[in-house]
Design a protein around this ligand. Sequence first.
Ligand code: FAD
Length: 286
Amino acid sequence: MSAVAPQFSFELFPPRTPEGVAKLPNIAAQLAAVQPKYFSVTYGAGGSDQDGTYDTVVKVVEKTGIEAAPHLTCVGSSRAKIASLLDRYKAAGVKRIVALRGDLPATAIGTGAPGDFRYANELVSFVQETHGDTFQLEVAAYPEMHPQALNPTADFDAFRRKVDAGAHAAITQYFYVADAYFDFLERCAKANITIPVIAGIMPITNHAQLSRFSAACGADIPRYVRLRLEQLQDDKPALLDFGLDVVTRVCEAVLNGGAPGIHFYTLNQADPTLRLWKNLGLPVPH
Ligand code: FAD
């Protein structure tokens, strides 16, 4: 276990349908009952826009009284746009930002324009230069390597550049092989990188979705997990139970191995994350 109590945060995405918008306050309230350190709200993934992220951040804070951190991606955006968005977040009382490159949307004639910042370290430098200590800056880390990186060393160098630019903490891409996370922590220790590297954990709830996400982001699904999920895909309760067991073991391993915290990718569902919470014996305030 880590010497200090681990921190827990929950990721949400801006809902894309009227039903999703109607459900989110209740989901946020259920998740807020266990008092996470903060919520984060994605941007851009799946076509959400800046207003969607901004509105969701504001609504989550209003509903739960818990801090919410917008994700900010620089791909396809200009310095001026990012600067005005940062001002807007500052005015709304936002204290934490998850700073990312994002992915270029594919268009009919190729890929979108890269924008003024090419990589997340440039965004981190820009926020530091323009806003100093206003925001706690979280960046992404990839224990199993970002899928577009040349090799693990080049990817780790890219991570180090984000730390050198002023990132305060990192959240990993989700993984199901705890050793990949421990290997990453060891590489940080050897490189004298001391910022907290929070383990990103995604509950397993759907075989097809997990396969699709993992193929895109490079997360390794162990063979036995893949085979069991394939077999259970038409038996939802059994799949959820099996997924819960697998992910509980990963969480236990990282917490026992000294992880400074877990960031749960909730996918806007309260139950899978709260079942994990209970399974892990984490405190439920009254
Ligand atoms: P970077 O750190 O810039 O790295 C991107 C790639 O470029 C890596 O392969 C890296 O090795 C390489 N690289 C970096 N610097 C250089 C250089 N100087 N020369 C050559 N190569 C270099 N996406 C969204 O669209 N919206 C979200 O809300 C979102 N939230 C996320 C939250 C978390 C916690 C994580 C882990 C990911 C999230 N993503 C999100 C996905 C993320 O945007 C993608 O993984 C994206 O492809 C990389 O973003 P990054 O910030 O890690 O980029």
